[in-house]
Write a protein of this length. Structure first.
Length: 232
């Protein structure tokens, strides 16, 4: 059971999506434009947002940017634009996945299910983490139990996926993780992901961390690691 926010200005498609999502046992709220979408995220605190890119008011990319200032809710973008540039931009701004129109309701249900399972998986990892509850590094503190990151005295708003990536890397300083391993561990084996998903999320995570982002090192041709000399 989940609370799904459907943001779609085409009434017929929005109603079709609502019927399918409700048939799967979920609760649905809806918004038909950009400003209403941002307001609804704050009002209803959904478990997942299905966000159309082409919206009146401001488009889905702007909605995504505004939502990510305050919320880590999983977001599935619905778009008629399927270029790599559009996808990378959305991922860099914090989208969890993309679904290109036209799509089948079966595929939509599969994507929603995969994202919800991944979100639950990340919550379970955080709840049962066997490492230190608080990890401290130069200029940065990661509180696993509180799901919080503080850099230079400032609280950061990370998505659940970003936090899971950071927690995994930081808990294993010096260990190199391949992109394939990170996809499996963080996104899960049943996730449908874009081939630059890991790189886009790492890039966004580094940007949010500021100077502390340098602790995440690229191992060219392999993947990523957290600096072995980072632990305070």
């Amino acid at each position: 059971m989940a609370h799904v926010l459907v943001v779609e200005d085409e009434a017929e498609l929005a109603n079709l999506i609502r019927r399918e999502i409700e048939a799967a046992g979920h609760t649905v709220s809806s918004a038909g434009d950009g400003p209403a979408a941002v307001e609804m995220v704050a009002k209803v605190d959904p478990d997942i947002v299905l966000l159309d890119v082409m919206l009146p008011g401001y488009d889905g990319i702007e909605v995504l940017r505004r939502v990510r200032l305050t919320s880590s809710v999983p977001i599935l973008m619905l778009t008629a634009r399927a270029t790599e540039l559009d996808k990378v931009l959305g991922l860099e701004l914090g989208a969890d996945d993309y679904l290109t129109k036209p799509f089948s309701m079966r595929e939509l249900q599969a994507r929603v299910g995969a994202i919800l399972r991944r979100a639950e998986r990340i919550r379970q990892i955080s709840a049962t983490d066997s490492g230190s509850e608080v990890m401290t590094f130069p200029g940065m503190t990661i509180d696993v139990a509180a799901h919080a990151v503080v850099v230079d005295g400032q609280d950061l708003a990370l998505t659940a996926t970003e936090f899971s990536l950071l927690r995994l890397l930081a808990a294993n300083p010096g260990r190199v993780f391949s992109r394939e391993f990170l996809l499996e561990e963080v996104w899960g084996g049943d996730a449908v992901v874009f081939d630059r998903t890991v790189d886009s999320h790492i890039q966004r995570l580094r940007k949010k961390l500021g100077g502390a982002g340098e602790l995440i090192e690229t191992v060219w041709g392999v993947g990523y690691r957290f600096s072995a000399r980072s632990r305070s």
